[in-house]
Ligand binder design. Structure first.
Ligand code: PMP
Length: 426
């Protein structure tokens, strides 16, 4: 097995932070699942382009043309990165949340939606106007497929249906059986959208190989800066839907309607991705996503995965040596996962624990319910119907924790960061 010799260069490697114990230390960013540091390569590409940027799709000027080319070439790069099929569209959005809300707004009338209660809120909540079936938390990957099969078999036949599923959990890091879920969805005449926010930074995601209908992901978790995301996949529902935002760029032709015909305006909307990209697009954000896609492809996912698996093993083995630590898992200890690990420490308030990692060791992790309240409550054995909010009161000593600590890492993480983390937990 080939192993990447070194982490990919990312921004922030030399940032130092003060310690409460005195002195300072280089910051160990171990919260990639929230936002990963940008790749140096992405930053360099953006810096090289920045002096030349101009409006997209709007100007005859040289820089405007150059920006338009860059924007559309970025679309082609992302399509290639995602293994898009002939006829698929790549729509640029603000984030995964935005992408899934766009798809929710484009659902055909009477669409039924099927979603596991274990999803991130971005996948759980956008389907408000649809008839939603919430599926119980499965305890194995096979059970996930069986649960979906059963729910789909019970659905009213013939109407449109959509399944929304995450590829890798932002809480446990566990991989979901996407290909099998997609096959189950299609066997019952439903479509499927993959929330790849946590999967795409760690594993290759191919729409055609997984045979999913849409994929959504965010730039800021894929080693690009904030503000841009992707919804890629089948064009029919998107083409038939009202534009996500009404405005310039989405409209091909706008004309005043004669008074005799009732006045107002007649609009012809684009049928391409532009239909859902009204307003001046975030060309820097989009270009940085394309640059990150290229950098990851060139580094090679085989090597990135091999290296990440070594880091995962280091963390898991280290945590296993601390009896007070309980790692959270839905599918069991042996389930394949990405570098996202949540845990609780007996006798510790998770928020205090995370604060101590920062103040005493310069390590940045996350604590809380990770925008997946029902899942985290299930994993902690607390009431999944609990009405508490993010930042709910902590358990008293001896009681079950009400929230958790999450450590997450990826392509830019040096060994020293996870080694320091394990030492600190011990
Ligand atoms: N889905 C998953 C699995 C996530 O982890 C996140 C981010 N935590 C999102 C969706 C939402 O991503 P964003 O905040 O970039 O919209």
């Amino acid at each position: 097995q080939t192993v990447c010799a070194a982490p990919l260069p990312v921004l922030g490697r030399d940032v130092t932070v003060p310690l409460v114990t005195g002195g300072e230390v280089t910051y160990a960013a171990l919260d990639y699942a929230a936002s990963a540091p940008a790749l140096q390569r992405v930053w360099d590409d953006v810096a090289a382009y920045a002096p030349y940027y101009g409006s997209v799709h709007r100007g005859a000027g040289y820089l405007s043309q150059l920006s338009t080319d860059l924007f559309e070439n970025s679309r082609a790069t992302v399509a290639e990165f995602l293994g898009c099929r002939e006829g698929d569209q790549v729509v640029f959005t603000r984030s995964t949340t935005d992408s899934l809300n766009l798809l929710a707004a484009a659902l055909p009338a009477d669409c039924q939606v099927f979603v596991f209660e274990t999803e991130h809120h971005a996948s759980l909540l956008p389907w408000r106007d649809a008839r939603v079936t919430y599926l119980n938390a499965p305890r194995t990957a096979d059970q996930a497929v069986a649960t979906l099969e059963r729910a789909l078999a019970d659905r009213e036949p013939y109407g449109p249906a959509l399944v929304c599923v995450t590829g890798a959990s932002n809480v446990t890091g566990e991989l979901w059986p996407v290909k099998e879920l997609a096959a189950a969805a299609h066997a019952h005449g439903a479509r499927i959208v993959l929330d790849a926010a946590q999967l795409a930074p760690h594993h290759p995601v191919s729409i055609s190989e997984l045979d999913v209908d849409w994929v959504a992901f965010s730039g800021h978790k894929l080693y690009a800066p904030f503000g841009s995301g992707v919804l890629a996949g089948r064009s029919d529902w998107l083409r038939e839907a009202e534009p996500y935002l009404a405005g310039g760029g989405a409209s091909r032709k706008v004309a005043r309607r004669p008074k005799e015909a009732g006045g107002g305006v007649d609009v012809e909307w684009h049928e391409t991705a532009a239909r859902h990209e009204a307003g001046s697009p975030n060309v820097i954000g989009v270009y940085s996503i394309a640059s990150a896609c290229k950098a990851l492809t060139e580094a090679g996912f085989d090597q990135l995965v091999a290296r990440e698996n070594q880091l995962i093993a280091k963390v898991r083995e280290g945590l296993a040596e601390v009896p007070a630590v309980k790692v959270l898992s839905l599918f069991g200890d042996d389930a394949p996962r990405v570098g996202v690990i949540s845990f609780v420490v007996d006798g510790w308030n998770s928020s205090h624990f995370a604060a101590a990692l920062s103040a005493e060791y310069g390590i940045g992790v996350r604590d809380g319910l990770f925008c997946a309240h029902p899942l985290v409550r299930t994993l902690l054995g607390s009431d999944p119907q609990n009405q508490g909010e993010c930042g709910a009161p902590e358990a008293a000593p001896g009681e079950k924790s009400l929230n958790a600590i999450r450590v997450s890492f990826g392509a830019g993480t040096p060994d020293e960061h996870v080694e320091r983390f394990v030492r600190a937990v011990k």
